[in-house]
Design a protein around this ligand. Structure first.
Ligand code: HEM
Length: 204
């Protein structure tokens, strides 16, 4: 197959030949899945920009975050990243609620519901790991309390007995690399299934 034809086939797969009318109605989908995806892209772009400045060490983390607020030009990306993260958690929960209300978790979409549950856990884990990175009193004690609830998994979570530089390093790698990559893979699978199963419709 020639390259031009291959591209045309790929584009045809991106844009379906037919779309059900209700799938385009925001009153049906609330557009929350799309908004959650948009926020994920926003978090990725602003997060990469923050990585150029923020250093995950006990000596610099807190000061770097203060400098992002007070000194660094375009430090506003930190605010966008923080508020975008909160908004994404809300969007994903509302998306799940819409899917539940319209009964869209039923066959043949039950597998996509399960992928969705994993995505929700990942988004919560992203929010949790990001919370420690400013390394202020609030984040330090919040993670200490959460780790106390983790029982035997505590050393695995913290990388030691208490919240320290090992924890900061562990959370940084999870937050910036492992969790977003896993989320991207699961989102691809999620979208492929949305396309394969089609968007559900209102009850007839
Ligand atoms: C990062 C998180 C997520 C993203 C970006 C995402 C994205 C999307 C998008 C764009 C759609 C197309 C229709 C729509 O916007 O409603 C969709 C559909 C769907 N999502 Fe999600 N989703 C996420 C999390 C979840 C969660 C937490 C669940 C449930 C536990 C879920 C279950 C489903 C199901 C079952 C459908 C098919 C709905 C239908 O056919 O009416 N998703 N998702």
């Amino acid at each position: 197959m020639k390259n031009g034809k291959r591209l045309a086939h790929f584009l045809l797969h991106l844009h379906p030949a037919t779309v059900n009318e209700h799938a385009l109605r925001p009153s049906f989908t609330w557009c929350m899945g799309g908004i959650a995806f948009f926020l994920f892209m926003l978090e990725t772009v602003t997060g990469v920009l923050l990585m150029f400045y923020y250093r995950p060490t006990v000596e610099s983390a807190y000061q770097d975050v203060l400098d992002l607020r007070d000194v660094v030009s375009l430090g506003v990306f930190r605010e966008l990243h923080r508020w975008g993260g909160h908004a994404m958690v809300i969007a994903v929960v509302l998306h799940m609620y819409r899917v539940f209300l319209t009964g869209s978790y039923k066959a043949p979409r039950e597998f996509n519901w399960c992928i969705g549950v994993l995505l929700l856990l990942l988004v919560l884990a992203l929010s949790f790991t990001g919370y420690l990175l400013p390394w202020d009193q609030l984040s330090y004690w919040a993670i200490t309390v959460a780790a106390n609830l983790a029982g035997d998994a505590r050393p695995l979570l913290l990388g030691g007995d208490s919240v320290a530089e090992e924890t900061l390093n562990r959370f940084y790698v999870l937050h910036c690399l492992a969790l977003p990559l896993l989320a991207a893979v699961l989102m691809s699978l999620h979208f492929w299934h949305v396309r394969k199963d089609g968007i559900s419709g209102p009850p007839l």
